[in-house]
Write a protein of this length. Structure first.
Length: 214
């Protein structure tokens, strides 16, 4: 049972299919653990379908509505969870991104007791990463540049703000300064969602940035 959830706006964006890929994966991962938000998304989708129908009833000669309905009906995160054929460690959408196993990913260790691996960078520049904290390990005090979202996918950790377990969807603002510690009874794995770092900062950055290639 999750205690930390996406905002209503984020769920609505997900339900209407307008969110970015990385954000949709993060939300979908939360929905894997959280029945309350699954219901909320389902309600939002029904509403989105009604709005869509009203807006397009007049000129809907094509198959737009059928496509939308089929997307809603095929939405894997909304249907009741089925018993997995083989035990799956992480939510299926994450297993797919990991491809093989976590050890074959490209890891770096920016801080003590923490290693991170980039899973994907989406069309809006959001980066989805996998974080791994060793059981009981404390990550040194740090702050976050810009907004960051973390979703716990296995184990748990705590910081000055609270304790988190599987499915918890945590918004970290730029001013948030913390020293997270993984629970002692197992490693903690989480997804992180951040904006791609700005390449140049400083007083002349605005002069140079327009000439940078993306
Ligand atoms: Zn939720």
């Amino acid at each position: 049972m999750s205690n930390w959830h996406p905002t209503n706006d984020q769920l609505l964006e997900f339900a209407s299919g307008t969110g970015s890929s990385a954000m949709s994966i993060a939300i979908s991962t939360h929905l894997h653990f959280c029945q309350a938000c699954r219901h909320q998304v389902h309600d939002n989708e029904s509403m989105a379908a009604v709005l869509f129908e009203e807006q397009t009833r007049a000129d809907l000669a094509g198959d737009g509505f059928d496509r939308l309905m089929s997307r809603i009906q095929n939405e894997p995160t909304v249907s009741a969870p089925k018993a997995p054929k083989a035990p799956s460690r992480f939510p299926p959408v994450i297993e797919k991104l990991i491809h093989k196993d976590t050890e074959s990913l490209d890891w770096r260790s920016p801080m003590k007791n923490l290693r991170v691996s980039q899973l994907l960078k989406d069309e809006t520049g959001l980066i989805l990463g996998l974080h791994h904290m060793k059981s009981g390990g404390r990550v040194p005090h740090h702050t976050h540049r810009g907004n960051e979202i973390s979703v716990v996918i296995e184990g748990g950790f705590s910081d000055e703000m609270g304790s988190y377990g599987p499915g918890d969807f945590i918004h970290l603002a730029g001013e948030h300064f913390h020293s997270p510690q993984a629970d002692a009874d197992g490693d903690c794995w989480l997804l992180s969602l951040v904006e791609a770092p700005v390449k140049l900062t400083g007083p002349l950055g605005w002069l140079v940035n327009p000439f940078l290639k993306p």
